[in-house]
Design a protein around this ligand. Structure first.
Ligand code: ADE
Ligand code: ZN
Length: 337
């Protein structure tokens, strides 16, 4: 498309990417060797080499098939320098694609369960954030995600630990979110956590409507009072919900290449971009897990452009909505607009 150079130059915000999902096979093998972590090659031959793992990433049956690889790969992250290397590599790549503001998810329970402390993760991630600010003039935030496949008390304990350490009060974490396996774990299960976060004045988002139905998005709004919805793809199946998202200016953080790779949709052409645009829903376009899904943010923009041929004016509207939906200071918003 003749708009590719325009899209590359367009200042972008990213709101939906899991930092562990930017762990490229090459860095995974490097860190596993350094830390003496054995990958389960006896159980899955895909772990034999960078090439075989990369080949395995070309096809995922569904969300859980992907998550199996995602949680094993992140076990190579051990010390603060590993988290710094991971996050810095993502920030550098994002900066090269003109991301000016990035809000990054991480999954603390997947690390504390292996004996990696909160302070280790935070030290590494913060070091990378300082470098992104200094070297790329990129603003960044961390969103602490809790895992849906673990019990509520585990999420509560992790939330209380982060809150007790002052990570929300001091701005280290901008918000909480929820991710991992979706269908068996409807949003209403997490009411206690979201009530506690709201009472503490903490921002709230959750993955919903990726594989799960539009009703999970409704639950996220009704029961969790989520201020943002990650994916929300299947919201298009409920006209009343679409109207509500428009009225409330709720940001959907969409990830088209992820949706294709996880077989939520058959192809980018099936992505409901026109429906969301025409309804006036506020959304941003994001990479989700770029090391697994074959593209960073710009490849997601390109894929939409190649399939839907948006106008410059439409892209400018999307870019503006993604600034307005960002969790940064009002002052930073003005700079980004
Ligand atoms: N964790 C990492 N990527 C995810 C996704 N796309 N959905 C749910 N949980 C995730
Ligand atoms: Zn995600």
């Amino acid at each position: 498309s003749p708009l590719h150079p325009f899209l590359a130059a367009l200042p972008k915000c990213e709101h939906h990417m899991h930092i562990e999902g930017s762990l490229e096979p090459s860095l995974l093998f490097e860190l596993a060797a350094k830390n003496g972590i054995a990958l389960p090659v006896d159980k899955d031959a895909a772990f034999a080499s960078v090439e075989s793992l990369h080949a395995r990433y070309q096809t995922f049956q569904n969300l859980d098939d992907f998550l199996g690889y995602y949680y094993i790969a992140m076990s190579a992250l051990v010390d603060a320098a590993d988290f710094e290397a991971l996050a810095y590599a993502y920030f550098a790549k994002a900066a090269s694609q003109n991301v000016r503001h990035a809000e990054v998810f991480f999954d603390p329970q997947a690390h504390t369960s292996r004996g990696v402390s909160f302070s280790t993760m935070v030290a590494g991630l913060k070091a990378a954030q300082r470098r992104a600010q200094a070297e790329f003039n990129m603003s960044t935030e961390l969103i602490m995600c809790l895992l849906k496949h673990l019990p509520l008390p585990d999420a509560m304990k992790t939330f209380e630990e982060a809150k007790g350490a002052g990570y929300f009060a001091d701005g280290t974490f901008a918000a909480i979110g929820m991710d991992s396996s979706e269908k068996p774990f409807p949003p209403k299960m997490w009411e206690e956590l979201f009530v506690a976060a709201k009472e503490a004045g903490i921002r709230r988002t959750t993955h919903a409507g990726e594989e799960g139905p539009a009703d999970y998005v409704v639950q996220a709004l009704d029961v969790l009072d989520a201020q943002r919805i990650d994916h929300g793809l299947r919201s298009v199946e409920d006209e009343a919900l679409l109207k509500r998202l428009v009225e409330q200016k709720t940001l959907l953080t969409l990830c088209p290449l992820s949706n294709v790779k996880l077989q939520c949709i058959g192809s980018v052409a099936e992505f409901p971009l026109r429906k969301l645009l025409d309804a006036g829903v506020r959304f941003s376009i994001n990479s989700d897990d770029p090391a697994y899904f074959g593209g960073y943010i710009l490849e997601n923009y390109y894929a939409l452009q190649d399939n839907f041929g948006l106008t410059i004016r439409e892209w400018e509207g999307i870019a503006q909505g993604s600034v307005l939906g960002s969790w940064c200071s009002e002052e930073r918003k003005q700079e980004l607009l």
